[in-house]
Design a protein around this ligand. Structure first.
Ligand code: ARG
Length: 560
């Protein structure tokens, strides 16, 4: 905000040749706070004005004036700007108090529609860490989009189709035990799937059997469909427990299977546009010019594949939602797939292909290695969540034994810890999984933020803070770093969305808490004279912290 105002003032002085955006880009925050709140470097202007940066700085410093500025000092080639703390404090608090949880809202989304393809676990398989990443990153991006004025559609594109289900059906028919599957669906089905692969290495006829069952599924064979539906229902029930713990919902649950009977139309369209070529018996779209391997549309045995379904789904989604942006929150390892999808859509002449974006993310590692789904080595997400909740509960028992709703608070803290651990990292990087790191109350964790929030909340209770008597007309240099942080919230929201990077917001919340804790450590909040003013700041902090966490998908208990 300040940057925008100052850039405008500076361009007025400098003249039309120096556009506001360019000036704004040059404004920086000095490393040492005693050098001012913002600084404008004049080195790049020396050539145009044919004089030294120091002289330009002196001249600018003399001319720069605005309500938000307290004073200006030239220092070498820099113009150091000290903001009017009282003026800005007043404005900031006023804005937060009047806007409450809408503080930070943006309008640039303009009601446009953003689709999020997120979560997308595969039925009959455990919900993996990768799917967790997709779920929480997707959810945070959706919340950010909403806060920026977009409408969102969260789609859970379930992996409920493909040749692997032929194998699973074959395995179930051979070795399945209905009772066991009913009791422990995902575990049993995963076992059957693994057994199938082991046995198929010795007995090739099994592969044919798998193919047979997939054909049956494609041809809507009654038994095949019934079993598949059963596996799907049971899997969904297991996934729902996880979504409920996470507090995440979807607008659409259309999975891959929904597109089975719609893919022929896509193949037809590709043919019509002369895009299909035969290569070793398979139907492909060549992408040689783009230096990419061909996009496989139909295998030599005539079955469609993942790409065919994604193309079909994209077209169907555009027709349904006329999206302005479609974000696919899927691991980095599928980046080639999405490059291909985008190119094929473009070749089909869909102008909206440019709005299809792959939002990739890194893997969850364990001791530096990929967590594997095979051989029972997986860490089950449900176990992780429960362990996090239990650990949180134990620590709450120690810290606050009289707390009323311990279990619910523990859920908010445990789940928050898991979500935050994911979101604080730049999504593109791999993340090392560590339950211990997630749950400490010190360091970069959700419990640290939640604790700062709860502590602030208890101050409000103790001080019997009354919103209607808030005091915004004061200034205190101890509080200034907190004000500056709170003030940055709207800009952080905008950046986190436009860069599709929730870690921007996560990191920011750590900075806010840090600034607040420092203030709290050095200031007697419940001071006789100044309690109302100080509690007004504490209250504003709780509003921003609660809303920031909520955008990340994390709840903030008022006591813990
Ligand atoms: N179910 C897939 C998997 O687990 C992810 C699907 C991602 N979304 C998509 N539209 N392809 O790998």
């Amino acid at each position: 905000m300040e940057k925008k105002i100052l850039a405008l003032q500076l361009t007025h002085i400098l003249g039309e040749d120096f556009p506001r955006d360019w000036v704004e880009g040059l404004l920086e925050v000095p490393k040492q706070p005693q050098l001012g709140d913002l600084a404008f470097p004049c080195f790049q202007l020396a050539k145009s004005f044919q004089t030294s940066p120091a002289i330009i700085a002196k001249d600018l410093a003399a001319k720069l004036k605005h309500d938000i500025i307290a004073h200006v000092e030239p220092a070498g080639g820099y113009v150091n700007i000290f903001l009017n703390q009282r003026f800005i404090t007043q404005h900031t608090l006023k804005e937060i108090l009047s806007e409450q949880q809408s503080f930070g809202n943006q309008t640039f989304g303009n009601g446009q529609t953003v689709l999020l393809d997120m979560s997308a676990p595969n039925i009959a398989k455990p919900f993996s860490m990768g799917h967790l990443r997709s779920t929480v990153i997707g959810n945070a991006l959706a919340n950010l989009a909403e806060k920026c004025g977009y409408q969102t559609v969260k789609i859970n594109y379930l992996g409920d189709y493909g040749t692997q289900f032929g194998k699973l059906l074959a395995a179930y028919k051979l070795w399945g035990d209905e009772e066991k599957v009913r009791e422990n669906t995902i575990e049993e089905l995963t076992k059957l799937y693994v057994t199938f692969h082991e046995q198929a290495q010795q007995d090739e006829s099994l592969v044919d059997e798998g193919r047979e069952w997939f054909k049956k599924l494609e041809n809507q064979d009654e038994e095949a469909i019934a079993l598949w539906q059963w596996f799907k229902d049971e899997s969904l029930e297991a996934f729902d427990t996880i979504y409920e713990l996470l507090g995440i919902t979807f607008d659409s649950m259309r999975g891959e299977a929904y597109y089975t009977d719609k893919m022929e139309a896509t193949v037809h369209l590709l043919n019509e546009r002369n895009l299909l070529q035969t290569s070793e018996g398979a139907q492909v779209v060549k992408l040689e010019e783009e230096n990419l391997p061909p996009c496989l549309i139909k295998k030599s045995n005539g079955t469609t594949i993942y790409a065919t379904r994604d193309l079909t789904a994209a077209i169907d989604r555009y027709n349904t939602y006329q999206f302005d942006e479609a974000l696919y929150v899927v691991g980095n390892e599928q980046s080639l797939h999405f490059q291909q999808i985008k190119l094929v859509l473009d070749k089909l002449g869909f102008e909206w292909a440019k709005d299809v974006k792959h939002i990739g993310f890194g893997m969850m590692l364990q001791s530096g290695k990929k967590m594997s789904t095979r051989q029972g080595k997986t860490i089950l997400l449900e176990d992780v969540l429960h362990e996090a909740i239990n650990t949180a509960e134990t620590s709450i028992h120690e810290k606050n034994p009289t707390l009323q709703n311990k279990r619910e608070v523990a859920r908010q803290v445990g789940v928050g810890a898991v979500i935050f651990h994911d979101l604080k990292h730049d999504r593109r990087n791999d993340v090392e999984f560590s339950l211990q790191d997630m749950l400490t109350f010190e360091g970069d964790t959700a419990p640290y933020l939640q604790y700062a929030y709860a502590r602030a909340f208890s101050l409000l209770r103790k001080g019997e803070f009354d919103r209607s008597q808030a005091d915004i007309d004061w200034h205190d240099s101890q509080a200034w770093p907190v004000i500056k942080q709170l003030r940055a919230f709207p800009e952080v929201i905008a950046q986190a969305y436009t860069r599709y990077d929730p870690s921007k917001l996560a990191r920011y919340l750590l900075d806010v808490a840090q600034a607040f804790n420092t203030y709290y450590a050095h200031t007697r909040i419940l001071d006789k004279e100044q309690a109302t003013a100080r509690l007004t700041l504490v209250y504003s902090f709780t509003i921003v912290m609660k809303e920031g966490l909520s955008v990340l998908g994390i709840q903030a208990p008022s006591e813990m």
